[in-house]
Write a protein that binds this ligand. Structure first.
Ligand code: FAD
Length: 826
């Protein structure tokens, strides 16, 4: 066949539109989408709802947007999206008649859609707020503006002379439903959303009807929930206008917010993928996904503060998915690192010493060892694991779990030397190590700094928990005070109860809202009988009748301090005292670093490192984990350990490539199917021991999901990641030219603006200049990353440059990388 003079050989069964696309010939279309069946695939219904509005119409079908017209020689004008190719067919896509007919069709579409901005000469770089033509706000473009497919198609087709003024439809804008905003005034009736919901996802929550000749799209019941919506977002993804938008997500933030759970995980674990595998009963595969990113899945499944759950989109509907428990469940099916999965690179001949065997040190050692380096971890304490073993109590993280995971680290060749405190870096280098990673945590407790603190019955939380974990005999009296409001304080209080104390009081100087401890731990502590006294601060400890008397202030909250929490202020004349047998102080941790290390500290008392390379003030010495971040979390320590492993490998001459692929990437089935009760599925609560059973010993409190429970919970996932599988719509071509000396010969020596693109056609630089030719030649010599370019003549090049930059910032939330040195101008 021939399209626009180009002879093509294409297989039978394709439409003209598809054949043209394969040949790189663009034909405009709005109802067509590469992943969707043709426009006539869905059967309309007689009734649809737009919010609570019920619209009764006819079930007459949809004849498509008609924009994809082409001329077939001997057969006249045809819509190319549903005309099959034929042997010897000759097609023209851009005749004068076609251009005019498309413009007329487009004018009709635009007459029902706010389009004043599309006609505006100032549209480039407009902020959509201050309108020079005083167009009323409801007639302006929506927030999608520069990213709107309708706008791009309009610019390609061109707007004819007689575009009628937009008549406002005054249709519902549904904002009070979970996750999405539906503005029916912006809908052009292309039915893409209906087709993706029905044909691709098999959900059928959306439909359309015809009323007064118009296509009216809506839900099949007044609410999304009642319509059976599964909130997968596919409809938003394929909408060519701003009629369907994600609630609370701007276009610039879109990429990071569409799969927020994965994005929030410091180690980037592919959460939706392993949750889907659990829902499918593929437990062994699920754990491999987690292992691809982190070496301590069972530990994290128990103690991770789950930042992923805090951003789970299902929470907008009811409750977040219980991601941490699902991770723990998957970890129960861990077969460990099996020979064929664990790829270890050939020996590099380089050796690395790691000081500290907490999660940061172990993770770094694990990856460095896999890269072929010889790794030795030096640990001051008798067993490896850092705070996992000597901080977090057994009732939350049994030691068998840690031991199992440490065994996996040893399996890749990491050598761990316990009972070996490192006092001097010189001595380590003298042993022949090429680099050192310091991951020593924050193992010293902060002091209260009040009178009487030195009494032997006043102990610090970190030492107390460490002694208990080491099995030392600790004698506590009946009544114990714990001072502090963080996790260490909660763990110390719950441990004190388990050691036999009858009356345990946490004294915290702020209120519950400011407590840094994890909410679920606080709940469990309260259930077990721990008392929490808020807005209380001791200022003196004295001995009285064999007891410790704590003299305290009552506090009130003032303005927020540097931590963002409201500052506690003592209330005058409201002192009181309480008597205790023991006092445990858990008000924070600090660095314990031998003086001989002679390294620079930050003003916050942490070790100072370069935030990209993790190098300290001494060459070859890197640092990470809590000692750099301050007291943080296991997942953060692991994430940093990974990054440091990359940095050290690069320092030793490697590529810093630690990516692992433990299972093949599979393409999940996009079909979800209809599930009437999906939106009402309640979070499956994880079984947990009764409070009385808990406080009598160190048995693990959380029992964990059964198989049925895990599958049930995993099936609640909204599958936000499926959206990423949806192809991008076919957009009008952008005129990018290869960036080489030959092509620069056509550029004039005049004022104008040029744009440079990298090999993947990402825009990387925008610049206005007095002399396009000279400046572009200069860039060709210096900017090696640039592979394509575009230019336009414009005497007002500075204005045009800032318009294009503003447009880019609106779309991406940042400047192009080559322009970032101008950052402070914005
Ligand atoms: P660490 O785990 O502190 O390990 C540092 C290691 O270095 C230690 O083993 C130490 O002995 C060793 N070391 C120090 N100096 C030397 C030296 N000179 N020579 C040799 N070895 C040395 N995080 C969560 O995510 N969830 C929780 O539920 C949680 N609960 C916690 C409860 C408690 C009581 C505590 C204290 C912390 C908790 N954390 C929790 C925080 C978490 O444990 C830490 O963020 C994490 O362990 C930090 O890892 P790291 O590798 O940087 O240091």
């Amino acid at each position: 066949m021939t399209i626009d003079g180009l002879k093509l050989e294409v297989e039978e069964g394709l439409t003209i539109l598809e054949a043209a696309q394969r040949a790189g010939i663009y034909i405009p279309a709005l109802c067509y989408h590469p992943d969707l069946p043709p426009f006539d695939s869905v059967i309309p219904s007689n009734i649809v709802y737009q919010g609570s509005f019920r619209i009764e119409g006819t079930s007459e079908g949809y004849e498509g947007c008609q924009l994809c017209l082409v001329e077939v020689e001997g057969d006249g004008i045809k819509t190319s999206c549903n005309t099959p190719v034929k042997e010897g067919m000759i097609v023209h896509t851009k005749t004068q008649e076609i251009v005019e007919r498309r413009q007329k069709i487009l004018a009709k579409i635009l007459s029902k859609h706010p389009h004043a901005c599309l006609l505006c000469p100032q549209k480039e770089g407009c902020d959509l707020k201050h309108c020079i033509s005083n167009v009323p706000e409801d007639e302006r473009c929506c927030s999608k503006f520069n990213n709107c497919e309708l706008r791009k198609v309009t610019e390609y087709v061109g707007i004819g002379d007689q575009i009628p003024r937009n008549t406002l439809k005054d249709l519902p804008v549904v904002q009070d439903e979970p996750l999405f905003i539906r503005d029916y005034n912006l809908c052009i009736g292309c039915t893409r959303c209906v087709r993706v919901c029905n044909d691709v996802r098999g959900v059928g929550a959306l439909s359309f009807t015809r009323s007064n000749g118009e296509i009216i799209v809506g839900t099949i019941a007044p609410t999304l929930k009642d319509s059976g919506c599964r909130f997968c977002g596919a409809c938003v993804e394929v909408c060519p206008t701003g009629a369907l938008l994600d609630k609370g997500i701007t276009w610039a933030e879109r990429e990071t917010h569409l799969i927020p759970c994965k994005n929030a995980c410091p180690a980037g674990v592919d959460v939706p993928r392993y949750i889907r595998l659990i829902a499918e009963g593929k437990f062994a595969e699920a754990i491999e996904i987690i292992r691809e990113e982190v070496p301590f899945p069972a530990t994290l499944g128990r103690v991770c503060p789950h930042p992923c759950e805090d951003v789970c989109r299902r929470a907008d509907l009811d409750d977040a998915i219980n991601i941490r428990e699902l991770k723990r469940f998957a970890a129960e099916h861990d077969r460990g690192l099996e020979g064929e999965l664990t790829e270890i690179a050939p020996k590099t001949g380089k050796s690395v010493a790691i000081v500290g065997s907490g999660p940061a040190g172990m993770t770094c050692g694990y990856y460095l060892s896999k890269l072929g380096h010889q790794v030795t971890i030096f640990e001051a304490l008798p067993e490896p694991g850092g705070m996992l073993r000597y901080g977090i109590p057994d009732y939350r993280l049994p030691k068998e779990v840690i031991e199992r995971e440490i065994e996996e680290i040893r399996k890749v060749g990491v050598n761990i030397k316990t009972n070996t405190k490192v006092e001097s870096l010189d001595e380590i280098f003298e042993q022949g190590f090429d680099a050192i990673f310091l991951a020593m945590g924050m193992s010293k407790a902060k002091k209260l700094g009040i009178e009487g603190e030195d009494s032997p019955r006043v102990i610090d939380g970190i030492s107390f928990l460490r002694d208990v974990k080491q099995g030392k005999m600790i004698k506590l009296g009946q009544k114990v005070a714990v001072i502090g409001g963080g996790n260490v304080a909660i763990d110390a209080a719950r441990t004190a109860l388990r050691l036999g104390a009858k009356d345990v009081h946490i004294l915290y100087r702020r209120s519950r809202a400011e407590m840094p401890a994890y909410a679920e731990e606080v709940e469990q502590a309260l259930d077990e009988g721990v008392n929490i006294n808020f807005l209380v601060m001791p200022y003196k400890i004295s001995k009285k009748n064999g007891k410790l008397s704590l003299e305290c202030f009552h506090m009130e909250l003032g303005k927020p301090d540097l931590s963002g929490r409201r500052q506690p202020i003592p209330i005058k004349d409201k002192n009181f005292s309480m008597d205790f047998d023991n006092v445990i102080v858990a008000i924070g941790q600090r660095l314990d670093i031998p003086e001989r290390f002679d390294l620079s500290l930050s003003p916050f008392g942490t070790l100072e490192v370069d935030s990209n390379t993790f190098t300290t003030s001494r060459k070859g010495v890197f640092a990470g984990g809590d000692m750099v971040s301050g007291p943080a979390t296991v997942i953060e320590a692991i994430a940093m350990g990974k990054r440091v492993a990359q940095a050290i490998d690069q320092y030793l001459g490697g590529q810093g490539m630690i990516e692992e692929k433990l299972i093949e990437t599979e393409r999940p089935d996009p079909y979800l199917g209809r599930d009437e009760g999906f939106a009402s599925l309640k979070r499956v609560e994880v079984p947990i021991l009764q409070a009385e059973e808990r406080s009598s010993g160190f048995k693990e409190v959380i029992v964990g999901y059964t198989e049925e429970q895990a599958i049930e919970e995993a099936k609640r996932c909204l599958r936000c990641d499926l959206r990423l599988q949806i192809s991008h719509p076919i957009l009008p071509p952008e005129e990018l030219i290869e960036f080489n000396a030959k092509n620069l010969e056509d550029v004039p020596e005049t004022e104008g603006v040029f744009q440079l693109f990298d090999g993947k056609k990402n825009l990387i630089y925008i610049k206005g200049t007095m002399n396009l030719f000279q400046e572009l030649n200069e860039q060709l010599r210096n900017y090696k990353k640039a592979r394509y370019f575009m230019w336009e003549e414009d005497p007002m090049f500075s204005k045009r440059e800032s318009e294009l930059l503003q447009q880019f910032v609106q779309q991406h939330g940042r400047l192009p990388e080559g322009n970032s040195e101008l950052d402070d101008l914005y």
